[in-house]
Structures are given as C-alpha cells and as structure tokens.
Ligand binder design. Structure first.
Ligand code: ATP
Ligand code: MG
Length: 321
C-alpha cells in the first residue's frame, strides 16, 4: 500500500487553480521531494493531504485513508512553512506542548525529550526561550516537533528555509536519519540541489501541473552522452567514430561522444580497444536537477507562451567507472 496517493487532484481557490489534476504515489520509507517555484501548489498539496484545506476534485489518500481523516493525523508529523512558535516557550516546553496535543503522556514526553533535542542538536539551548533562537534553531525545533510523537509519515514544508549551508547539511542528515528509522518523509522545496541530494523520488510541479516525476537518477541521467579520456599522448579516433554515425567533439584531450538513440557505448569502447588505446576515464554525462527543472519550466512556459526564450543549460559530469 502506498503511504500517499493522489489521483487527478484539483484545488481551486476561487478563480485561482492551485492544483490542476496532480497524480502521485509515495511508497513507505521513501524521501519524496515535491519541487516547484513559488506558487506552484506545493503547500496546497500538503495541506490537502493533511486535511487542512479541502480538495476541489480528484482523490487524495494518506496511509490508506481518504485525506483529512482525523485518526490518521496522529500517525503523521508536519512542519508547516513560515511557522511561528510562541517566543515565550522554550524548546523543551514547546515539545511538551505539541507532544500533549498528540496525546503523549507526561512520562512518555519526558522519556523522548532528551533524545529528540539531541537528534536536532538543541540539547544545550533546550531551556532558552524560542525568541532567543536563531532561524536555523527554530527550524530544527520545528523538525523535532514534527517527529516527536513518533509518526510514520512526516511532511516538511521548506525545512531548510532561511538556514545556512552548515545547518542545511545537518537538516539533510537528519532527514536521512528519519528515513533510516523507516519513516516516510515528504519534503516541499524550491531548493533543487538540496532535494537532489536527499530524495529517492521527486515530482516537479509547475503552475499546478505535474511536469516530471521519477527517481533523481532517472530524471538527471543523460544516457546518450559520454565524456571519454585516453591515456597521455594517445589520439582519439574522432573521424572514425563520426563515420560510424556518432557525434564527437574533442577538447582539452577529452572527447564528448553522443550516441544515437538506443545505441550502447559498447561499439565505441570496442573500437578504442581494437586500436590498442587505453581509457583513462569514462564518464556518463549527468544533468543537475536544476537544469532538468529549468528545461521543464521553460518548456511548460513555452507551450503556453511561444515568445518564451529557451536557453541552453549547463551539464555536469558524473563518473560511472
Ligand atoms: N488560501 C488561499 N487563498 C487563495 N489563494 C491561495 C491560497 N493559498 C494558496 N493560494 C494560491 O494557490 C497557488 C499555490 O499556492 P501554494 O502556497 O500551494 O504554492 P507553493 O508551491 O507552496 O509556493 P511557495 O514556494 O511560495 O510556498 C498560488 O497561486 C497561491 O496564491
Ligand atoms: Mg509553499
């Protein structure tokens, strides 16, 4: 059973169409990233799944129940975007407060407290008032609040919002820990590099519509482009490969080979070996999630606005040898 499932989910706020029929599935134990620009519909999606906002049409299920069912809420954690915890609470008293809301007994709250504070690195400041916390500390407390009652699924709406690079790395590691414990994590973000590093699967939504969905590896792979380097002093047989129908560019002692659709790299390697040439590196070209995202957004914009200018996007390399 999927942890989250939506089918043709729609949401209108008056005349604004926030979601225009989004279908996705999240399986147990995944970190699932929902990506999109400001206003794409990410928070709306989470709010519908949690029953905070009512859908207009389509289906949304959470833990096998229609979204919004109250008994499911107990099994779910949530870090809202732009949360404002009362500044007069301390980290510790806030967790007691939320723990109580979720029905944890005092003993249970006390038993879990130090571990939760420790996991998010707030043990030392647990008894300071929240109004003295930095933005990053508030975010980490918010994440502690989201998993304090031991939920199966955790929704984090922009968990690294306003957090510095060190803090962001810590939050990423923290999400990895939550996953290791077997929890499912649903993350909303517009920080693509971030999501690329932690998510098992991602969905890209643009103006309420799903434009891509898949594993990060699938979305960023460019299986038909390879960068090949030979041992020092050896010359790349570019002309011969071109004759065989490959597109080849050489620069700085390396060759970029583009395979025709559906072709494998094997014939290229066989030719190199047959000529007694030695490989020094072989790298499958990989796009960043950001470049995939920008292409998608350009395309989606292009489809509705022919005047949009499509720009060339950089690619980065990933070693496959
Ligand atoms: N309560 C509301 N009333 C009217 N319109 C709303 C409401 N909430 C959201 N919207 C609109 O719905 C669309 C999607 O908003 P949503 O907050 O889901 O986007 P988002 O992807 O979370 O954006 P961000 O990255 O800025 O948080 C936007 O056009 C927004 O203005
Ligand atoms: Mg949002």
């Amino acid at each position: 059973m999927s942890v989250i499932e939506t089918n043709s989910l729609r949401k209108h706020y008056g005349r604004i169409e926030a979601l225009k029929g989004v279908s996705l599935k999240v399986e147990p134990g995944q970190i699932y990233g929902l990506l999109g620009q400001n206003g794409a519909g990410k928070s709306t999606m989470v709010k519908i799944l949690l029953g905070i906002v009512k859908k207009t049409d389509g289906d949304a299920y959470l833990l096998g129940e229609p979204a919004g069912t109250t008994n499911v809420r107990r099994r779910v954690g949530y870090l809202p975007e732009d949360h404002q915890f009362p500044g007069y609470h301390t980290g510790r008293s806030l967790l007691h407060f939320y723990g109580e809301l979720y029905g944890l007994s005092r003993d249970e709250r006390t038993r879990r407290m130090n571990e939760a504070l420790d996991i998010v690195g707030l043990k030392k400041r647990a008894d300071s008032k929240i109004k003295t916390y930095s933005k990053g500390m508030k975010q980490r407390l918010g994440i502690a609040q989201s998993f304090f009652h031991d939920p199966e699924v955790i929704f984090l709406d922009e968990p690294t919002d306003g957090v510095d690079p060190v803090g962001r790395k810590e939050i990423r590691d923290l999400l990895g820990e939550l996953k290791k414990e077997g929890r499912t994590v649903f993350v909303n973000s517009h920080l693509l590099g971030e999501v690329e590093m932690i998510s098992d699967r991602v969905a890209i939504i643009h103006q309420g519509e799903m434009v891509r969905e898949g594993t990060v590896a699938d979305l960023t792979r460019q299986a038909n482009r390879f960068s090949i380097g030979l041992a020092d002093g050896q010359e790349f047989p570019a002309a011969e490969l071109k004759e065989k129908g490959f597109r080849v560019e050489t620069a700085n002692g390396k060759a970029e080979v583009e395979l025709p659709d559906g072709q494998s790299i094997d014939p290229v390697l066989e030719l190199l070996w047959a000529k007694g040439l030695k490989l020094r590196h072989l790298v499958e070209q990989k796009q960043t999630l950001e470049s995939v995202f920008m292409q998608m957004v350009d395309k989606a914009t292009d489809d509705t606005d022919r005047r949009a200018v499509r720009k060339a996007r950089p690619v980065t390399a990933r070693r496959v040898d």
